[in-house]
Design a protein around this ligand. Structure first.
Ligand code: 13P
Length: 288
């Protein structure tokens, strides 16, 4: 039984100077790939579940049922947090009720005072249940309907106030975006990160948009106070490429190659490799 809040694992990561991966999951294969890989590498992990992914998996309760059952089946001993990614106000309450052990309330699109009030309320409700909370200031950009936004840069004054609400982890926009980075992406804004780290006084920081950020920038961000790095798109790309190759090579037409247990295996293995690479890059191997 290893399903826990993200608080302690992030506090330890911040103190010891490594990063914990938040790997976003979409279905059974995704959850299996993460749990088996982190157990092999003795790494803590955070399973990221967006509201859309939870809906796809049959709701928050089904996500928790799957995680608990797989945790038992694979005898997972490392700490695993189940975290709502970019939760709405309503979604945060629903995920909490279903037993999520960590909640991101993303109020970055609200006027600042409203983000602050709602974050405070959610921190109080979650902490009463031992559930960790992530807040965000400065929306993380990304591709939406084919338009790639460059991502906002957080205002350090706002970061200081939101981080002081008692959140367990804090996400600030530092030029990072979700999805693939465009060729002309100028890189992370380390000047902003430096200011954010100063005013948030030791609260573990979160780097969204972990797909495609070069290793040297990720490592530098970790050395400056980032303790959680979110990765989603990279697993989807690896899964799709491996599945495409299997089908293009006609393997689904050979024997029982159409059996989902065979058809999905290359994608599953490709995801495990991405997870392993990230855990090594973030420095969390053997830190469970
Ligand atoms: P990517 O899809 O860019 O890896 O971002 C993941 C993320 O930040 C989830 O919150």
């Amino acid at each position: 039984m290893s399903v826990v809040s993200a608080r302690e694992m992030l506090f330890k990561a911040r103190k010891e100077g490594y990063g914990v991966a938040q790997i976003n999951v979409n279905n059974l294969e995704w959850i299996k790939a993460v749990l088996t890989t982190v157990e092999e590498l003795k790494s803590p992990v955070i399973l990221g579940v967006s509201e859309g992914a939870a809906k796809y998996m049959g709701g928050y309760k089904n996500v928790m049922a799957m995680v608990h059952a797989l945790d038992e089946f694979y005898k997972v001993s490392v700490p695993v947090a189940v975290h709502l990614d970019h939760g709405t106000y309503e979604g945060a309450y629903k995920a909490l009720e279903a037993g999520f052990t960590s909640i991101m309330f993303d109020g970055s699109h609200y006027p600042f005072e409203e983000n602050l009030a709602k974050t405070k309320e959610i921190v109080a409700v979650c902490h009463a249940k031992g559930v960790s909370v992530e807040a965000e200031v400065g929306a993380i950009g990304g591709e939406e309907d084919g338009v790639v936004g460059m991502g906002e840069v957080a205002d350090p004054k706002e970061c200081e106030v939101i981080a002081a609400t008692g959140v367990d982890m804090f996400a600030a926009g530092i030029g990072n975006i979700h999805g693939k980075y465009p060729a002309n992406w100028p890189g992370l804004r380390f000047d902003v990160l430096e200011n954010v780290a100063k005013v948030t006084k030791g609260v573990p920081l979160v780097l969204h948009g972990g797909t495609g950020i070069p290793a040297d920038q990720v490592k530098k961000a970790i050395s400056m106070g980032v303790s959680k790095i979110n990765v989603n798109t990279e697993l989807q790309l690896a899964f799709a490429a491996a599945t495409r190759k299997y089908i293009e090579e006609g393997k689904d037409l050979e024997g029982k190659g159409f059996d989902p247990r065979k058809l999905l295996e290359p994608g599953y293995k490709a995801m495990k490799q991405v997870i392993k690479d990230k855990l090594e890059m973030f420095g969390s191997v053997n830190k469970a």
